[in-house]
Design a protein around this ligand. Structure first.
Ligand SMILES: Cc1cc2nc3c(=O)[nH]c(=O)nc-3n(C[C@H](O)[C@H](O)[C@H](O)COP(=O)(O)OP(=O)(O)OC[C@H]3O[C@@H](n4cnc5c(N)ncnc54)[C@H](O)[C@@H]3O)c2cc1C
Length: 434
């Protein structure tokens, strides 16, 4: 009999999982619900999106569904490393063994949805402006408020997927069940998106297109910028939550003078219109999520940020979210679509990785300047010495995470001494003392 799947959240993880379920020989009728409007039809909103980098781990998850990698590549640019811009105007360039894709999160979702609509036929229904409000595990029913009419609907399910992000309502319902533990923390850095125009050749600024560019102040405020398909640059400004300098920039003059003083290269090309928008753009906070299980009973599963929300510092949240879909698909293969076994197996196979990716993302980068220099030094050593003396020098943590051959928990085990060192040092930084 065809099983009814309700997916809450049309983000990267929910939509990719729908693709995988669609490939399982018409076993599933799939309904996807999201409280936002259809991103394919509403005007593109800069305040709701940001650039993400997909490493091999995420690309591999797309590659297994025919046509997805190509569709996503068509709206992406290849990147193969990073450039650290130093205060003295010099740069440090880091190259990666494997290339990555940089693109906008909304563009990724639009491409996944476009392909799903083409392939889904009657087997997939999309419901936008539907906000999940409640789950009744015993009755196997989920409730939604229709945001355009305020009406409430109840949906029956055989399998419920909570792919509704770090503030998941599906996960909230787990709190009423026995032996469920979940720790949520705000990341110490808040962020605002930033959008810059194509570089004017007359200014003599020559940022390499295929790299992620970063600038960092001593207080940890960091600007990350990535080249876009329309020749513009977009990225984020990350800053410690306790430092109110950026949130308090009230108008375009204050924004312009802040950037000209602290990030002169960026201040030089920041247009007045973007300075105005930047002042008005809301500050965003990121929640990290650590859970002791990802399933409930025989029919509910959390995936993506709903299961393991991570700090954006390592650029792995979306990669891990996409990898979840692949792993659940492999489990369905192994257990012949027995859902009760599959959801439990997902916790058993994935929970350690979920915790590991949150830890790695929180503590791969130290706050202290001294440890940060040590990180750069260790990274250079790894690059040159690990291929020659693999027994004595580990490959770079960043390469291991990005290439996706080892699981997050295997990488965590290899790097646990470094993570413990950074954790200890970060807890002693003045801005961490709340
Ligand atoms: C600034 C920034 C930069 C990042 N950079 C990277 C990067 O470079 N690489 C990387 O891999 N990751 C990156 N990430 C992380 C990445 O964006 C997330 O990990 C990824 O989007 C998670 O996908 P998801 O589908 O699990 O959840 P989400 O993308 O959060 O999607 C959840 C969906 O659920 C919907 N929803 C929520 N609640 C409800 C409800 N009650 N009812 C109905 N629908 C609901 C939302 O509207 C949304 O569409 C970054 C994150 C940030 C904030």
């Amino acid at each position: 009999m065809v099983k009814k799947v309700a997916i809450v959240g049309a983000g990267p993880s929910g939509v990719l999982l729908a693709h995988y379920l669609l490939h399982r020989q018409e076993k599933y009728q799939i309904d996807i619900f999201d409280f936002r409007s259809d991103p394919e039809t509403v005007p593109f909103s800069k305040s709701r999106t940001f650039s993400i980098v997909l490493s091999q781990r995420g690309i591999n998850a797309l590659r297994q569904i025919e046509g997805l990698e190509e569709a996503v590549k068509a709206v992406s640019l290849e990147t193969n490393g990073a450039v650290l811009h130093q205060k003295n105007g010099k740069t440090r360039v880091f190259s990666r063994k494997y290339s990555q894709l940089s693109l906008d999160r909304t563009s990724l979702v639009i491409k996944l949805l476009e392909q799903l609509t083409i392939k889904g036929g009657n087997q997939v229904n999309l419901h936008f402006n539907h906000q999940c409000t409640q789950v009744d595990f015993a009755a196997k029913q989920v409730k939604f408020k229709k945001l355009d009419s305020e009406a409430e609907i109840t949906v029956d399910y055989d399998l419920l997927i909570g792919a509704d992000g770090a503030r998941s309502v599906v996960r909230e319902s787990f709190l009423k069940t026995e032996n469920f533990q979940c720790k949520q923390n705000y990341v110490v850095n808040d962020y605002k998106s930033i959008f810059l125009p194509p570089l004017d050749p007359k200014l003599g600024i020559n940022w390499q297109k295929g790299k992620v560019h970063s600038w960092r102040l001593d207080n940890g405020t960091t600007v990350l910028l990535v080249y876009q398909t329309d020749s513009s640059w977009s990225g984020v400004v990350l800053f410690p939550h306790k430092d109110k300098t950026i949130p308090e920039l009230a108008n375009k003059q204050e924004v312009l003078s802040y950037f000209r003083h602290n990030f002169p290269e960026i201040g030089q090309i920041l247009p007045e219109s973007e300075a105005e928008d930047f002042a008005n753009r809301p500050v965003s906070r990121v929640l990290t999520v650590r859970c002791n299980r990802y399933h409930q009973g025989d029919s509910v599963l959390l995936i993506g940020d709903a299961a393991h929300g991570v700090s954006p510092s390592l650029g792995q949240g979306c990669n891990a979210a996409l990898e979840d879909a692949t792993i659940f698909n492999q489990i369905l293969d192994k257990y012949s679509d027995n859902l009760a076994v599959a959801v439990e197996q997902f916790t058993l196979q994935r929970q350690a990785d979920g915790i590991a990716v949150v830890e790695l993302s929180d503590y791969a980068f130290p706050d202290s300047k001294k440890l940060f220099l040590e990180l750069l030094f260790r990274n250079s050593l790894s690059k040159y010495l690990s291929p020659i003396f693999p027994k004595f020098f580990l490959p770079s943590l960043f390469e291991l995470v990005a290439e996706g051959k080892l699981s997050y928990s295997e990488i965590f085990n290899l790097y646990q001494n470094w993570i413990a060192k950074v954790k200890k040092s970060n807890s002693m930084q003045p801005h961490k003392k709340l």
